[in-house]
Design a protein around this ligand. Structure first.
Ligand SMILES: Cc1ncc(COP(=O)(O)O)c(C=O)c1O
Length: 394
């Protein structure tokens, strides 16, 4: 049989980092390549208890089909929780529960874009979202960072070029992969540009609740008075990614269309997970939980940065994130980043080559991403030492 695939899928290559992830099954490898929450960050006992209680009280409510928009108990609890933390819902908004926030990228681009339509993205940006947009036929237009902020001049240029973009995809808090956080001034300027050029924003905020130093910056959604922002927030990094629960909050017309698209995708998000999370949001001390997990990430991030400060050669620069899970490392321009990453893997340390996060992975890139949330402290020390030795050979 000669299998023929859609045009949309021909633009999506199997991930360039697949080889790295394959290597991660080797237990000898120290991985700074993943992006998983720390295994100590899950509220395991509370999830067990909520699940057992709910199954005892009314099992059918967990096991039956549910509503595409989301379970009403979950929506109520989630809306209250996110409003308390982010003030993100307005009268004109609607909320939908999705199967992880990854599904928001799929549904939003499916609903807003025809094949060939342009999506403006930060460059570098989260690979999973870029692939989702490409799978829906979108053409990516990258905007670089300048001194840790989105380059606003380049953003305006990208918004002026024809065809006009359908939306811009932004990760303002502790961006994946760079760890950058967008300042209030940049957020205001981005919103002004979105309004001027009438281009929607898909604001992806899975890490906002994981700030472990510095001051909170209001979300784009909370600053938006013009119905420009569709806000994506996930339970993955504050509860557990295996539960696959996230929410999109935004203009009713857009979210309603996503509800229709979700019916065709998976009918509804896992009801069991939604009910368990709703119970936790209502009865579990979420503030204490968040304080606990932020402490875990702060300690790991500080340890990794302290080891990098000690071990890495002069001339290697890296971000110092105030939250989230990632550090972005820039090698000198003359260094061969791909060779560096390959050699690191041979020495049993995995990092992700930066070009994996670009709109076109054949572009020149001298950076790589390191994750600090997953590895154990002793592995952070050991792995950074190996990378540090390599930086002295560049
Ligand atoms: C920036 C960003 N957006 C979205 C996701 C998807 O998360 P989930 O589908 O688990 O909510 C991730 C996962 O790592 C991410 O880093």
């Amino acid at each position: 049989m000669n299998y023929e695939f859609s045009n949309k899928m021909t633009h999506v290559k199997a991930s360039a980092i697949r080889e790295i992830f394959k290597a991660l099954t080797n237990p000898e490898i120290i991985s700074f390549a993943g992006g998983n929450p720390a295994s100590t960050a899950f509220p395991v006992d509370a999830i067990k208890k909520a699940s057992a209680d709910l199954l005892e009280e009314n099992p059918i409510a967990l096991l039956q089909y549910g509503l595409t928009e989301g379970d009403p108990d979950f929506l109520k609890a989630a809306n209250a929780f996110f409003n308390r933390h982010e003030q993100v819902t307005f009268e004109s908004d609607m909320i939908i529960t999705t199967t992880g926030s990854q599904q928001i990228m799929d549904l939003a681009s499916k609903c807003l874009c025809n094949e060939g339509d342009v999506v403006v993205v930060e460059e570098p940006s989260f690979l999973g979202s870029l692939n989702s947009f490409k799978e829906n036929g979108c053409v990516l237009r990258g905007v670089p960072f300048k001194d840790g902020q989105l380059d606003l001049e380049k953003l305006e240029e990208a918004l002026q070029i024809e065809p006009k973009p359908k939306f811009m995809y932004l990760i303002p808090n502790f961006q994946n992969p760079t760890g950058f956080t967008m300042s209030l001034e940049t957020r205001q300027a981005v919103l002004a540009l979105a309004k001027k050029y009438q281009v929607m924003i898909l604001e992806d905020d899975p890490y906002g609740a994981l700030r472990f130093s510095g001051e909170d910056v209001p979300s784009l959604k909370s600053l938006d008075r013009d119905g420009l922002v569709l806000y994506a927030v996930s339970m993955s990094k504050i509860m557990a990614p295996g539960m696959r629960v996230a929410c999109a909050i935004g203009p009713k017309e857009v979210v309603q269309k996503m509800v229709v698209a979700k019916q065709g995708a998976d009918v509804h998000t896992n009801l069991w997970s939604q009910k368990v999370i709703a119970r936790l949001l209502e009865t579990y001390d979420m503030d204490a939980h968040l304080t606990r997990i932020k402490k875990i990430y702060k300690e790991k991030c500080e340890l990794m940065l302290a080891e990098m400060d000690k071990e890495f050669a002069d001339g290697i620069t890296y971000t110092r994130p105030e939250g989230g899970m990632f550090i972005w490392v820039d090698l000198p321009k003359e260094a061969d980043m791909n060779a560096f990453v390959k050699e690191a893997l041979e020495k049993k340390v995995a990092v992700v080559p930066g070009n994996a996060f670009l709109t076109d992975d054949t572009k020149e890139c001298h950076s790589f991403r390191m994750n600090f949330s997953t590895p154990a402290p002793e592995d952070i020390i050991k792995g950074v030492k190996i990378l540090g030795e390599m930086t002295h050979q560049l």
